[in-house]
Write a protein that binds this ligand. Structure first.
Ligand code: F6P
Length: 360
């Protein structure tokens, strides 16, 4: 091995730069090899957008959010949009990746990404590419790792938001609804709700009954608690309702925001309780900014771990966290499924025992 390639794919997450920095430093310092960064996710690899990364390029990026390489959640090489005869069709352009990898003399590729990017990495490995994965998503819903980097930062942002909403809710005797990210899993909502002292937490894993939420607000009123805080994961849904956030499968991985479940909950609560209710959708604030110390460390351990996997020739694997230890897992076991909050999880039990309403 002489040269390692690296790319960041999918939605960004705080800590991406920390992984890149670790990959570059270890590859150059420890092994005396060079690093090529492919720009803008798999798109850059398909279009041959690349640049060498030196130690100088990673100076000062450890605390920086985003990714110096750029990213996108489009550009799947196995399902790449091209216009043929005036019509958009999808074709397999994965051969271009092999060509560009060889043009740059890259012997192994490190893919830092979520489920979509890791699934592409898995397919490329099956086609013969020497690839290693690093798990990323603020949602923390990737199979085969106990934690993704980015989650802790998003959780901290959501918790800070709840602290701020508390003081204004209390002053105005209002109900505050905070909608947080988490399309398929409620990790951010549950953890932030517990950390931020929420009264109600609604997550995709537990379809909710709005009557339960209303009951909670009314009970608090009777107890003289004139304000309430509700955390809703964007993917939460009522028992007989539809998901508000839906996934566009046609030509990208982008979800279409058709409304916002936070608004749905707020309107129903206001109508039923007569209490003034306000909604905050935290959105991409959760994806931006400087990573927490925890995420910087986890991202750094993932980056160094990924280079070790490359040097050991353990291709087709992804670094992961098991308990407190960095480990590796085959990409075939790491993609294609969501890691939901287990219904018997200790944190969920703690929330229940604290009297937090989970909508069921
Ligand atoms: O998967 C990460 C995530 O931040 C989700 O929580 C959210 O639904 C989605 O990405 C938003 O994606 P985009 O930035 O493409 O709108």
């Amino acid at each position: 091995i002489k040269r390692i390639g690296v790319l960041t794919g999918g939605g960004d997450a705080p800590g991406l730069n920390a992984v890149i920095r670790a990959v570059v430093k270890v590859t150059i310092r420890e092994y005396g090899l060079s690093v090529i960064g492919f720009l803008n996710g798999f798109g850059g690899l398909i279009k041959n957008q690349a640049r060498e990364l030196t130690e100088k390029d990673v100076v000062g990026i450890l605390p920086r959010g985003g990714t110096i390489l750029g990213t996108t959640n489009r550009d799947n090489p196995f399902h790449y949009p091209v216009v043929k005869g005036g019509k958009k069709v999808f074709v397999d352009v994965s051969d271009r990746i092999f060509e560009n990898i060889s043009i740059h003399g890259v012997d192994a590729l490190i893919v830092i990404g979520g489920d979509g990017s890791l699934a592409i990495a898995k397919e490329l490995h099956a086609k013969g590419l020497s690839v290693v994965g690093v798990p990323k998503t603020i949602d923390n819903d990737l199979l085969a790792t106990d934690q993704t980097f980015g989650f802790d930062t998003a959780l901290t942002t959501a918790t800070e938001a709840l602290d701020k909403l508390h003081t204004t809710a209390e002053s105005h005797h209002r109900v505050m609804v905070l909608e947080v990210m988490g399309r398929y899993a409620g990790w951010i909502a549950l953890a932030a709700g517990v950390a931020g002292g929420a009264d109600v937490i609604l997550i995709p894993e537990i379809p909710y009954r709005i009557e339960k939420v209303i009951e909670m607000i009314n009970q608090r009123e009777v107890q003289g608690k004139k304000f309430s805080i509700i955390v809703v994961a964007e993917g939460a849904k009522p028992v007989d309702g539809e998901l508000v956030v839906q996934k566009r499968v046609e030509d990208s991985f982008d979800p279409i925001r058709l409304g916002g479940i936070g608004h749905v909950v707020a309107q129903q609560v206001e109508e039923a309780t007569g209490k003034e209710t306000r909604v905050t959708i935290l959105g991409h604030l959760q994806r931006g900014g400087s990573p927490t110390a925890f995420d910087r460390i986890l991202a750094t351990r993932y980056g160094t771990g990924a280079v070790r996997l490359v040097m050991e020739g353990r291709f087709g694997h992804m670094v992961c966290l098991r308990g407190t230890t960095i480990d590796a897992v085959p990409l075939t076991e790491a993609t294609g499924q969501i890691r939901s909050v287990p219904l018997d999880s200790d944190l969920l039990l703690s929330a229940r025992q604290l009297g937090i309403c989970l909508g069921d």
